[in-house]
Write a protein that binds this ligand. Structure first.
Ligand code: ATP
Ligand code: MG
Length: 233
């Protein structure tokens, strides 16, 4: 049998926040592997450590102990600059509140990570790539719209396109539907599922919503910073 390819691996991650004298153990001994083509939902109660886990896996934050591997690359050994480069080139991140720049058009927002990754790439090439990526998320007609001229669901799909522009091996999304009405939430989840099924994009998303959870091919549940279901590491 062909062995699935591991895209991201976490080995015994620990993360503790300090609030004055209080120590909050947000992650305790988390080990898991995400395989190519997975569509993973991370669930669990509020405060169980979901966002903290997503930030460690996506290299936005650094664990106190343990390691994150992107492919076979051990990220703890990288410099800050190398980490940023790896994140930009290989990992996409979608925020709950979209985090689009209001002054820029949809297309310009999507172009940004490509321009940051390769400052020598001709603008025309980046423009074309941004257009194609917006088409991929069903927004080919909205390239010139600014965020305030788009619905919440459309803005989130622009954010997905932005996460996709550098053709990452994985996309992370922290509660991507939490600010959306149910119709827009479906459009965002359908977009993620289509990217996963048709284009083989590996997706890891956080959600409390049972309607979102149905889209997952695998569910990992956290409680008090520990995996209580779905480890398969
Ligand atoms: N910057 C921080 N400083 C101190 N404590 C924090 C910080 N960020 C998170 N925590 C604490 O760490 C724990 C895990 O938080 P986290 O945000 O990962 O949970 P979550 O599962 O994403 O919750 P929610 O569903 O509400 O988004 C919680 O107890 C939280 O209060
Ligand atoms: Mg959270």
């Amino acid at each position: 049998m062909k062995r699935s390819k591991v895209v991201i691996e976490a080995r015994s991650l620990y993360k503790t926040y300090s609030l004055g004298k209080l120590k909050v153990p947000a992650l305790q001994d988390i080990s898991l592997s995400i395989m190519k083509g997975d569509m993973v939902c991370i669930g669990g109660r509020s405060g169980s450590g979901k966002s903290t886990l997503l930030r460690q896996l996506s290299l936005i934050d650094i664990p106190d102990e343990g390691s994150v591997l992107v492919g076979a690359e051990l990220t703890a050994e990288l410099s800050e600059k190398q980490r940023s480069h790896l994140r930009l080139a290989r990992l996409g991140y979608v925020f709950q509140e979209y985090a689009l720049l209001p002054e820029l058009t949809a297309q310009e927002n999507v172009m940004l990570p490509a321009l940051m990754l390769d400052t020598k790439m001709p603008v025309a090439t980046v423009t074309n790539r941004a257009r194609r990526t917006l088409e991929l998320v069903g927004l080919g007609d909205c390239t010139e719209h600014r965020p305030n001229e788009l619905s919440g669901g459309q803005q989130q799909r622009v954010a997905i396109a932005r996460a996709l522009i550098n053709t990452p091996s994985i996309i992370f999304a922290d509660e991507p539907t939490a600010n959306l009405d149910s119709l827009s939430a479906r459009s965002v989840m359908n977009t993620l599922r289509e990217l996963n099924k048709k284009h083989g994009v590996t997706v890891v998303f956080v959600s409390h919503d049972p309607d979102d959870v149905k889209y997952a091919t695998r569910i990992i549940v956290l409680d008090d910073g520990k995996i209580v279901d779905g480890a398969r590491s």
